[in-house]
Design a protein around this ligand. Structure first.
Ligand SMILES: CC(C)(COP(=O)(O)OP(=O)(O)OC[C@H]1O[C@@H](n2cnc3c(N)ncnc32)[C@H](O)[C@@H]1OP(=O)(O)O)[C@@H](O)C(=O)NCCC(=O)NCCS
Length: 207
């Protein structure tokens, strides 16, 4: 009986993953994207489950505006969708990232052996969020496959991503970086909403 249940659950996961499609986001996705953000970006930060730093429900108007702005302006804003949206990812080109974070390159304490020529052209994956309760089922990886394919055709070879380790570590994100074969490139301190965060800065080659 237990085996039958396990098999049917695995089959459902398999079917679900096969039916999911990754596409670029558009403004009509806003409410669903916001709902995903709310599911993992709450006032309660659980290291093991992963979290977004912001508490999205605390100010719907503000966060919806922010997300809409990202959907409309970022070339690399993806959603994973079947009957509805189950996850999203947003990535900034170098120009977009430095426009928002002008001192980022000098703020990072780069590992002494990190090859800084990789900073010539890159994207920064800023946020990946999968609906709470559906993490660990390959949706994040599926979105990455699409991002990598697009970056390859655009001739962009380098990806950076940051993971918070303090005041509270994001263990799910740390594990996910490992799974995506990121390597540690450096760290930085980030002041955000009157709080000091410590971020690990990860690097991954597009291949
Ligand atoms: C981090 C996150 C984007 C990964 O996406 P995902 O769809 O769950 O990841 P996948 O299923 O494709 O990959 C699974 C791998 O991610 C890691 N992972 C994902 N969730 C995890 C969790 N809760 N605990 C530990 N590892 C986790 C593991 O390495 C796992 O590999 P495994 O299945 O072989 O053990 C997702 O868990 C998430 O949205 N978390 C909440 C928000 C967040 O923390 N975002 C990252 C910060 S911007």
């Amino acid at each position: 009986m237990v085996v039958v249940n396990k098999t049917s659950v695995e089959l459902n996961h398999f079917m679900f993953k096969k039916l999911l499609r990754v596409r670029k986001a558009n403004p009509s996705d806003l409410n669903e994207v916001y709902a995903i953000a709310c599911s993992v970006g709450t006032s309660e930060k659980i290291s093991e489950q992963g979290f977004l730093v912001d508490d999205y429900r605390s100010n719907p108007k503000f966060y919806k505006k922010k997300l809409l702005n990202a959907i409309m302006n970022l070339e690399h804003f993806y959603v994973a969708e079947y009957d509805k949206i189950y996850g999203f990812m947003m990535a900034y080109t170098k120009e977009q990232w430095l426009a928002d974070n002008p001192d980022w390159i000098t703020d990072v304490y780069w590992k002494p052996d990190f090859d800084k020529s990789k900073l010539d052209n890159f994207v920064v994956v800023d946020k990946t969020a999968i609906k709470a309760g559906l993490t660990g089922q390959g949706i994040g990886s599926l979105i990455y496959t699409r991002l990598l394919s697009d970056l390859k055709s655009e001739g962009i070879e380098n990806i950076f991503a940051e993971t918070i380790i303090s005041p509270q570590p994001n263990f799910a994100s740390l594990q996910f970086r490992k799974k995506q074969k990121y390597t540690l490139a450096g760290m930085r301190y980030e002041h955000y909403n009157d709080k000091l965060y410590t971020d690990l800065v990860y690097y991954k080659k597009v291949e």
